[in-house]
Design a protein around this ligand. Structure first.
Ligand SMILES: NC(=O)C1=CN([C@@H]2O[C@H](COP(=O)(O)OP(=O)(O)OC[C@H]3O[C@@H](n4cnc5c(N)ncnc54)[C@H](OP(=O)(O)O)[C@@H]3O)[C@@H](O)[C@H]2O)C=CC1
Ligand SMILES: N[C@@H](CC=O)C(=O)O
Ligand code: NA
Length: 818
């Protein structure tokens, strides 16, 4: 035998009632013994309260409102009962409305709406819906019977939330059901006193009715039919990845619902839980879905936590003072005073120093709480034993819930690390010794970010998102987007990672979309929907969006963009860049960025600053972290110059090889940066800093390979013009080297704290002789690699290798964020 309860939305319209009827028919066709409880049609209870208040205020417009309610019920009768059977139901419905009209007239005469009268007014909602549905079932030949719960559920006279007398109630239920073999259609939410006065069951009322019936009748299960797919791991309006919890324990359901999950109200299901009855939360609008099973203990737990719940808005009250330390009874007095004034406390936290106690409450009680406590502790405040009482608003609570936390280590670590890595400050925290719940108080503006970040780390088999904001969609930026496009499926399937491009910009247009810009059509979207670029606006919007796991990717060579890095890192947003500007400015700037990233617990990654995708920076950082000491670095760090010296000669003019290098994507956006040695200068400067030599840019000694006329060229076009007329200069240089059987190499060296860059010729015995294409080569002589240096060699420029280095940095942030 089972009890089914249908909520307001399930019985809210002709269509939804049709579904309800088919669910009932299916049960009956299987020979199930069932009892059904109905809520009022969706919105009707609130409407009746409104109408009652209007009547009490003498506002006669309530009559119109009441007509609207009546029409909704008539529409159901017309829609679902055959014409020949309609008149008796219309008459019965009308009869109830006549009664209600009389009551409301009385209310409007005496201008008074007591809780007792309001309970009576509200009772019409369930009486009407249940009456109509019973008649529909009867018209379909089902042996159904209307059961007014006031006949079987007894409460005391606490109007608004009657206290159930279970002894009498259970007896009445058993008696009624013993003599009524027909399908009982029971009004939810309502009950009566022993004197027959109508009462209601308070929050979660119809669920309570189902639970009381289920427990009394020892049902096998209770089905709560609602309008969502069961209980979810988090509020789906805030966490797009939230999913239905298949199985949950009573205790977990209690904890989750305490913090806002409104699907069911488990305290009202206590009678069923006490009898160990399985509860199923099912969706009337998705009947095939399994829903959530609520049982004594949940089965087949896949995750260590069961769900995350939250309260959007709370106030945190803090009371502190040295006079509280070691003094017994302070908290007793505090909470008694609050309770005497009906201020309910949501969370409490006290440090073991006993210097302060903080607790959270509904913000609407904040002032009252202060007044109450200032009065209670007036003497202590006067004597200075208590400093005072402060209140902080605009806060939210997030709680992770689950029996899996019990005696399992690392869970709070995981929670706080997810918050920390996303720059979310924890204002207060509480964990009960039941280990069922860890709650944190955070700023309200971080709520959605916190929920998503926590959901991502605890429910790892779901796809996590990394939100990318890419500025610079030229050669490297656009290649990166293409690589992301090609990897989307692999990352989703194999790494459960969704790279969400949430922002894009070039110098002309920018587009931010937290829902994502697809790599397939980003050009069109930026063109069509983009607005005029403003970097400050881009960065500000990013910070405002406050998305979890955000990464800023700078694929420009812009000098001014760097000023935003600090702001971004400070807002706990990681930065990835191939742009060398930030790390090759002043040493203090370089160090400041490293420190900010470290302090904020986010990443600033720039592997492609040197040698494009070759693992040069990572190798140095690994060696440094493990305590190695660098004695010497010798390197070819320009893909462009490497390519030029590997391909120049014969009948190829120097200028043409430079143009080829540019066309192959090896050069800087301005190729003068490569040929002037500036780019290599920046790279050896960055390497110096990475190995602990704090050089300034002007300390790098660069010997020029360009003649003065090329260096002086004011524009890129003019520069190419000067290269054309200087061909003999380069040809002579090359010929001289060839004559010796040697090759030209532009070599950067760091030794004894000094960085130099020189054009040298190397013979066949030199390790740098055999380079080809755009190869870079770096030779590290360290204390551990002293006799034979550690050498890294390979293509050190080009769109694909650079973009893939940027991609790898992005992936390492994804692993870091967990
Ligand atoms: N090529 C290579 O092998 C390597 C390159 N790098 C570095 O990669 C970076 C990008 O190089 P590359 O792709 O060739 O350069 P491109 O000139 O092709 O692209 C630069 C992009 O940045 C945009 N941009 C520039 N300034 C701004 C700004 N202030 N606001 C918004 N957008 C801006 C440009 O917009 P618009 O299109 O409107 O001009 C363009 O989309 C450089 O820093 C380079 O040093 C690093 C390692 C290797
Ligand atoms: N222009 C650079 C690209 C990589 O940083 C080079 O040629 O090496
Ligand atoms: Na690199």
């Amino acid at each position: 035998m089972k009890v089914l309860k249908f909520g307001g939305t399930s019985v809210g319209s002709v269509d939804s009632i049709k579904t309800v009827i088919s669910i009932l028919e299916e049960n009956l066709s299987k020979g199930e013994r069932i009892t059904v409880v109905f809520s009022a049609m969706g919105g009707v209870t609130n409407r009746l309260i409104e109408i009652g208040k209007m009547a009490a205020a003498g506002n006669t417009e309530y009559v119109e409102f009441l007509k609207g309610v009546e029409e909704r019920h008539f529409a159901v009768v017309r829609g679902l009962i055959p014409v020949k059977n309609q008149s008796s139901t219309f008459a019965a419905v009308r009869g109830l409305f006549n009664e209600l009209e009389d009551i409301l007239r009385g209310v409007s005469w005496i201008r008074e709406l007591s809780e007792r009268t309001l309970d009576l007014i509200m009772s019409f909602g369930e009486r009407l819906s249940t009456l109509v549905i019973t008649e529909i079932l009867k018209s379909k030949g089902v042996a159904a019977e209307f059961c007014d719960a006031r006949q079987v559920i007894r409460t005391n006279a606490s109007y608004g939330m009657g206290d159930v007398n279970f002894e009498v109630t259970n007896h009445l239920i058993l008696e009624h059901f013993a003599k009524s073999p027909a399908l009982q259609c029971v009004t939810g939410f309502i009950a009566s006193t022993a004197e027959g006065v109508t009462t209601t069951l308070g929050r979660g009322g119809s669920d309570y009715t189902a639970s009381i019936l289920g427990a009394a009748l020892e049902a096998d299960s209770i089905e709560i039919w609602t309008d969502v797919d069961g209980m979810m791991t988090a509020d789906p309006r805030k966490v797009a990845n939230a999913f239905t919890i298949p199985s949950i324990s009573y205790a977990e359901a209690m904890e989750l619902s305490h913090f806002g999950a409104k699907v069911i109200y488990p305290p009202s299901l206590q009678p069923a839980f006490a009898k160990n009855i399985t509860l199923k939360v099912l969706n009337t609008f998705n009947t095939d879905f399994e829903g959530t099973y609520v049982q004594k203990s949940a089965n087949g737990k896949e995750y260590v936590i069961t769900g995350i719940s939250s309260i959007d808005e709370i106030a945190l009250v803090n009371i502190q003072g040295s006079g509280m330390i070691g003094v017994a009874g302070i908290s007793g007095r505090l909470f008694t005073a609050l309770s005497n004034n009906a201020i309910s406390v949501i969370l409490i936290s006290q440090a073991s120093s006993e210097h302060s106690i903080c607790f959270s409450i509904d913000p609407k009680n904040a002032q009252k709480a202060i007044d109450v406590l200032e009065k209670e502790f007036a003497t202590e405040i006067g004597l200075g034993h208590i400093d005072g009482i402060s209140v902080e608003k605009n806060l939210s609570i997030v709680a992770i819930v689950g029996e899996g936390m019990k005696k399992n280590t690392g869970i709070s670590g995981k929670l706080f690390s997810a918050l920390g890595k996303n720059g979310i400050n924890v204002v207060a925290t509480a964990q009960g010794s039941s280990e069922l719940n860890i709650s944190v108080v955070i700023s309200k503006s971080d709520l959605s970010k916190a929920l998503n970040a926590i959901h991502g780390v605890f429910f790892q088999s779901e796809t996590r998102s990394l939100n990318l904001f890419i500025v610079g969609v030229g050669l490297i930026g656009s290649t990166l987007i293409e690589q992301i496009r090609n990897q989307t499926q692999y990352l989703r399937e194999e790494k459960l990672l969704n790279l969400n491009i949430a922002g894009l910009s070039n110098t002309k247009k920018m587009l931010l979309d937290p829902d994502g810009i697809k790599p397939e059509n980003w050009r069109d979207r930026v063109m069509d929907e983009g607005v005029k670029t403003s970097l400050p606006a881009f960065v500000q919007r990013m910070i405002e969006l406050n998305l979890p796991n955000s990464v800023f990717v700078d694929c420009t060579s812009d000098k001014d963009i760097v000023q935003y890095y600090h702001m971004l890192l400070d807002a706990s947003i990681s930065v990835v860049t191939p742009n060398k500007v930030a790390n090759s400015g002043s040493y203090s700037e370089y160090i400041a960025l490293q420190r900010t990233a470290l302090q904020r617990g986010v990443k600033f990654l720039y592997e492609t600053n040197v040698g494009a995708g070759l693992p040069i920076i990572n190798t140095i950082q690994g060696l440094m972290a493990s305590g190695d000491k660098f004695l010497k670095i010798e390197a070819i760090l320009s893909g462009t110059l490497s390519y030029i010296f590997n391909n120049f000669g014969g009948d190829k003019r120097f200028v043409d090889v430079v143009k080829e290098a540019k066309a192959k994507g090896f050069t800087e956006p301005d190729p003068r940066d490569d040929l002037s040695g500036a780019d290599v200068g920046r790279k050896i400067l960055i390497l110096s800093r990475e190995v602990g030599v704090p050089l300034e840019p002007e300390e790098v000694k660069i010997s020029q390979i360009l003649p003065a006329n090329c260096l002086a060229a004011p524009t890129v076009d003019a520069f190419f013009g000067e290269l054309e007329i200087s061909n003999a200069y380069f040809a002579d240089m090359q010929a001289a080297a060839e004559a010796k059987g040697e090759k030209l190499r532009y070599i950067a060296t760091l030794e004894n704290g000094k960085a130099t860059i020189e054009l040298k010729t190397v013979d066949a015995s030199h390790p740098f002789y055999t380079l080809s294409g755009s190869d870079n080569i770096v030779s590290f002589t360290t204390e551990r690699y002293k006799d034979r240096p550690l050498v890294i060699k390979g293509p050190g420029a080009g769109a694909e290798v650079t973009a893939s280095g940027v991609f790898a940095d992005i992936m390492s942030i994804s692993s870091y964020l967990g």
